[in-house]
Design a binder for this molecule. Structure first.
Ligand code: SAH
Length: 347
């Protein structure tokens, strides 16, 4: 029986070392190969020029090399945001986004093909979950984009398609690879993971005591309203989610971000400001207000700018840290899952 090939780009240095030692190779080979994969980011084994032909043959026999194919790129004329569609080796496609800020380049990656969380306003979940991405498929989105623009990527947000906490082990491995000094060496502080609120996983992540930022997709000020927008609230009640965020702060001392997509007439009222204040007051946190990005499958609409700023001002008066997130890539299907969906429907 033929053995399944190993995903070499998902191996950490210790795993590569063990693999090399098993082959009777010297330990330092592992570091050389790791650097080819994660520093120089080669797209084939043949490019590893200080590795012998025979070892390269062996690597090819035992392993496969994830190398995402750029299927399409859309560039925003408004702000230079670039939205990528990548083809995976099994024929699935995923999206990633590059946002250029004054302080550096930020990449937003997908963590799954599709999503099973069912948030009502989100395009990524309309066709359900196909599968979780491997650590290598997550990290390669960043490598490919860095190579495409020829610039360093300094920030990463796991806020694309998928629920990262629903692909937890691969997420942890991805974080390990991304922050490894022998690879891209991105600081944990420059990484944000966004979740719809899977309570046990938030707690588990907290216990790893990493320095990454947790973003919690709150989107509502009460359990009742959250249930209307996010089916995950059936499983984890809003106060339980907030409690898990407090725990995350206690364990890591990292300020939690609350994402709040404003939907006209649904979660943008005066009562919402007061209820939201009561819910999170006293926490070391930050609220990000995002005007909901309308998707054609749903009828949700954005409040007007005045209503958005009104909401912000009132929260601020209540002593809550809050910003209105600048919309990026509005002209290029910026919302989660829109580009992939368009692509899938075309074919
Ligand atoms: N599953 C994770 C990460 C992916 S979604 C999570 O739920 O956090 C990334 C963010 O985009 C989440 O805050 C999500 O609620 C938000 N989002 C999805 N679709 C949106 C839309 N149409 N308009 C505004 N925000 C949206």
């Amino acid at each position: 029986m033929q053995q399944e090939k190993m995903d070499i780009k998902s191996m950490n240095l210790a795993e590569l070392k063990a693999y090399m030692e098993g082959l009777g190779e010297k330990g330092f080979r592992a570091k050389q190969i790791y650097e080819w994969l994660h520093k120089k980011q080669v797209s084939s084994f043949e490019e590893m020029s200080n590795i012998s032909k025979s070892l390269i043959e062996k690597l090819k026999e035992d392993c496969y090399l994830v190398d995402l194919k750029k299927e399409a790129v859309q560039v925003s004329k408004i702000d230079g945001t670039r939205k990528y569609l990548f083809l995976l080796s099994d024929g699935n496609v995923i999206e990633s986004v590059l946002m250029k800020y004054k302080h550096g380049n930020s990449v937003c990656i997908s963590s799954q093909v599709g999503c099973r969380m069912g948030c009502r306003f989100c395009a990524s979940t309309l066709d359900g979950l196909v599968r979780g991405l491997t650590p290598s498929e997550m990290i390669d989105q960043i490598y490919q984009i860095g190579k495409d623009v020829g610039e360093r990527i300094s920030n990463v947000v796991v806020m694309g398609t998928g629920e990262p906490m629903d692909n937890f082990d691969n997420l942890l491995k991805f974080i390990e690879l991304l922050t490894d000094e022998n690879g891209l060496n991105i600081s944990q502080r420059n990484l944000t993971v966004s979740t719809c609120g899977i309570v046990p996983k938030i707690r588990e992540l907290a216990e790893h005591k990493l320095q990454i930022t947790l973003a919690l997709s709150l989107h509502a000020s009460t359990q009742e309203k959250r249930l209307e927008l996010m089916p995950v609230a059936n499983k984890y009640e809003i106060h339980e989610v907030i409690e898990a965020c407090r725990y995350y702060f206690e364990q890591t001392k990292r300020r939690v971000s609350f994402e709040y997509s404003l939907v006209a007439g649904v979660n943008d009222t005066k009562e919402d400001v007061e209820q939201l204040t009561r819910l999170i007051r006293g926490m070391n946190c930050h609220v990000n207000l995002i005007p909901v990005n309308p998707i054609k499958e749903r009828t949700y609409v954005q409040p007007d700018m005045e209503a958005i700023h009104n909401f912000k001002d009132k929260l601020e008066k209540n002593g809550i840290n809050v910003t209105v997130r600048r919309e990026m890539g509005r002209d290029i299907d910026g919302a989660c899952g829109q580009l992939r969906r368009k692509y899938a429907q075309r074919s």
